[in-house]
Design a protein around this ligand. Structure first.
Ligand SMILES: Cc1ncc(COP(=O)(O)O)c(C=O)c1O
Length: 397
């Protein structure tokens, strides 16, 4: 019998997708499932992006350049400059989603056995990307009680070893919604420069910042030209998850020339989706203004409704569209499955993402879930009602 690789066996299941069969079964039984589990926004993709595909007259759907189309990268550089990120087209590699940019970044800076320090909880797929790259994640713990603020810098320094190659942050954070302050990025800048590390910043939620606070990019004014790598994506910005377009940005020439070799090995990013993404750059500011107002209203509503449930702890997100909630249940994994298999309120239930998969430390987050507030306000109210009734019933069982 041929055997599967150890790496393959160690690949983690997605904590977000593993409950899908239970949700499908619930739907077959006639139960309506509210999806709070996945970051698929219900916001409309800008017309301008969709029209660019519909109106296209391409006769041959050819490969593009491995680093992405010249026109798109030029326009993208202008987008970054508007966001105080001073880069040019040669410092950008277009990827198949932010996911591929993460793989290219890890592949470019780490050898198997190397370590990356990541504030925990973190985007669950970092576990998968690091397993695929043979990289060890060294978590630095952030706590729900402290609203997932960046742990003191000394905590990072304690974890740096001869194998450490990078610190990876997600800003604003998935799943925490945490937004790093200028001072925090400054502190990280000092530490990566002192120890000659890379600072990889996953900024795919850059636009989703509330309360009039400004997003701080690692490539803004922190003197990180040699150290910083930005991971970016159109998935959330323009509600274009299915386009599968992202990018890796760095002013470090060696990082770009190395990432380009990974890009060449997979030939090119998708051609049609680059056309849509290029057009999406023309999306008017009013689109974002409306989207931000909507998400902020959803966040405020969700947090206030959740806070009414006895025994719940919830961190207040400052960005992105997620929050981590600690529930008064024995095990959030079991509870999430039970919600789909054994519970409904008026023929409706909710699907949530158990948060243990957002930690690499075993035993952490076992009572926590991540909620994505990607549903309209009425559905969020209904969802929290369902959650409240479910917690009561579950704890009586
Ligand atoms: C923090 C973060 N980074 C990266 C990604 C990957 O996104 P994509 O590959 O769709 O660009 C996601 C998707 O949810 C995410 O939440």
């Amino acid at each position: 019998m041929p055997t599967i690789s150890i790496k393959g066996k160690n690949m983690p299941e997605s904590p977000i997708r593993k409950l899908v069969p239970y949700a499908e079964n619930a739907k077959k039984r006639g139960i309506e499932v509210f999806h709070l589990n996945i970051g698929q926004p219900d916001i409309k993709t800008p017309d301008i992006a969709l029209e660019a595909i519909k109106n296209n007259t391409i006769k041959v759907l050819a490969y593009s350049r491995s680093e992405g189309s010249e026109e798109y990268r030029q326009k993208l550089a202008n987008y970054y400059i508007k966001h105080n990120i001073n880069v040019n087209a040669d410092e950008i590699i277009i990827t198949t989603g932010g996911s591929e940019a993460l793989l290219f970044a890890m592949g470019s800076v780490c050898d198997p056995g190397d370590e990356i320090i990541i504030p925990e909880p973190f985007y669950a797929n970092y576990n998968g990307f690091s397993t695929a790259s043979g990289v060890t994640i060294v978590p630095v713990i952030s706590k729900i009680e402290e609203n997932f603020a960046l742990p003191p810098i000394e905590e990072f320094e304690k974890l740096i070893s001869s194998k450490t190659k990078a610190i990876l942050i997600c800003n604003p954070g998935n799943p925490t919604g945490y937004l790093y302050s200028k001072e925090e990025i400054q502190k990280l800048a000092t530490i990566v420069k002192k120890h000659d590390l890379f600072l990889i910043a996953d900024e795919v939620y850059r636009e989703f910042v509330y309360d009039n606070v400004q997003h701080q990019s690692v490539l803004s004014d922190f003197g990180l030209e040699n150290n910083a790598i930005i991971i970016d994506s159109v998935s959330k910005r323009y509600s274009m998850c299915g386009a599968r377009i992202g990018c890796l940005v760095s002013k470090n020439k060696e990082v770009i020339s190395t990432a380009l070799k990974f890009a060449q090995a997979r030939l090119s990013p998708p051609t049609f989706a680059q056309i849509a993404s290029e057009a999406a750059l023309e999306t008017p500011q009013s689109y974002f203004d409306e989207v931000i107002i909507e998400y902020k209203a959803r966040r405020d509503l969700l947090i206030s409704e959740l806070s009414k449930i006895d025994g719940i702890k919830v961190a207040s997100p400052k960005g992105a569209f997620y929050c981590v909630v600690e529930l008064p249940v024995d095990n959030a994994d079991k509870f999430a499955q039970w919600l789909l298999e054994d519970f409904n309120l008026n023929n409706q239930t909710v699907m949530v993402a158990p948060a243990a998969g957002f930690y690499s430390t075993k035993g952490f987050g076992t009572k926590q879930i991540r909620i994505a507030y990607v549903l309209k306000k009425e559905d969020l109210i209904t969802s929290v009602k369902i959650l409240k009734a479910a917690i009561l019933k579950y704890n009586k069982n």
